[in-house]
Design a protein around this ligand. Structure first.
Ligand code: NCD
Ligand code: ZN
Length: 346
């Protein structure tokens, strides 16, 4: 039995770091485990300009401390200027742009109402090699919440890939067998991130003995067959799947509310929570590629140089992280993780 794993230093390809006091509270947790992270732009107001991305990157560096590199993203809005997008890419202000269907999730009110509205931007991104990141859910209220990802593939993603065959696209935080199958069978330009929680829970967990707001996120966890398919994809050895935690902090009072926010905060236990799954699947040998190789390879960025270690040990996850305007409840808080993150090794 493998009791200690030493791997190339990993990156997180999907995080929400927020801003202000919340940024200061959460950023060190991501920086503790990851060398780089793709930072989502869904602030209020969203990050839509080069100036805003540069300023935000500066605040992140300050909050995270040395040795952490934020990889910024641009929030796509209807009619966004292709020139601004290209300028930010050329100046390395951002590495990708994020498509949020309008009103699909937290802070997405300024999102895209129809792909046609961002066609000039996508054309330009395809031309310059800039990546498109997609929140894959339709917002049509007539579509059942558990079907919104599968319907998105058919109505939006498949046509988009047909129209922009050279555009490198990441289907973010996939939650269904439909998505895992679609990505597996799709072109080499298509990849996906998978969160630790979607590998571990199914929709029953959200309602176990009562309503569990801290397991509510978007896209919402689906049936067990979908979790099984995601686990299979993650450990398959396919280079198209990689680590993206979608860690999404919300102050406790905004989660435990009559209308609670979507988002699971997993940054303090990110690597341990993934590793548990790979261990259960008998696939510890596949973890390094998923965590540290497939992401940079897809993005065309160098792999990290350093190494980190994780050891099989009793390790209790923190219940909460202190923050303003309220503490953030941690995924798996109080549970034994079975693995301990030991940090950098020579
Ligand atoms: C994210 C957030 O809180 O910003 N919430 C979530 O449930 N994942 C937004 C998102 O990624 O959908
Ligand atoms: Zn997200």
């Amino acid at each position: 039995m493998t009791d200690r794993l030493v791997i190339r230093r990993p990156d997180d390809w999907h995080v929400h770091l927020r801003d202000g006091a919340m940024l200061e509270a959460v950023a060190p947790h991501t920086a503790r485990q990851f060398a780089r992270a793709i930072v989502m732009p869904n602030l209020v107001p969203p990050v839509t300009t080069v100036a805003a991305a540069n300023a935000y990157a500066g605040r992140i560096r300050k909050a995270a401390g040395p040795g952490f590199e934020p990889l910024m993203t641009c929030y796509l809005t209807d009619g966004i200027s292709p020139d601004e997008i290209e300028r930010g890419y050329a100046e390395a202000a951002w590495v990708a742009a994020k498509l949020y269907p309008a009103h699909a999730t937290t802070n997405s009110a300024h999102g895209v109402t129809a792909v046609a509205k961002i066609a000039p931007a996508l054309e330009r991104m395809q031309k310059i090699g800039m990546k498109l990141l997609v929140h894959g859910e339709v917002t049509d209220k007539a579509v059942d919440i558990f079907d919104r990802e599968a319907v998105f593939i058919e109505r939006v993603l498949a046509p988009l890939l047909r129209d922009f065959p050279g555009l490198k696209t990441v289907f973010e935080h996939i939650t269904t067998k439909d998505a895992a199958d679609f990505v597996t069978a799709g072109p080499a330009t298509l990849a996906a991130t998978i969160t630790p929680h979607h590998l571990a829970i199914d929709r029953n967990a959200i309602f176990e003995g009562g309503i569990r707001p801290h397991l509510y996120c978007l896209p919402i966890a689906k049936r067990a067959i979908h979790r099984t398919a995601l686990r299979k994809a993650a450990v398959s050895g396919s280079r198209k799947f990689f680590l993206g935690t979608d860690t999404a902090p919300h102050a406790v009072q905004t989660k435990e509310a009559a209308c609670g926010c979507a988002g699971i905060f997993n940054a303090p236990v990110a690597l341990e929570s993934y590793l548990r799954v790979f261990d259960e699947e008998g696939a510890l040998d596949r973890f390094e590629a998923f965590a540290s190789e497939n992401g940079p390879d897809f993005y065309g960025l160098p792999r990290n140089e350093g190494r980190i270690a994780l050891a099989r040990a009793k390790a209790t996850a923190p219940e909460r992280v202190k923050a303003t305007p309220g503490d953030v409840v941690c995924y798996l808080g109080g549970q034994d993780l079975g693995w301990r993150y030991e940090g950098a090794v020579a």
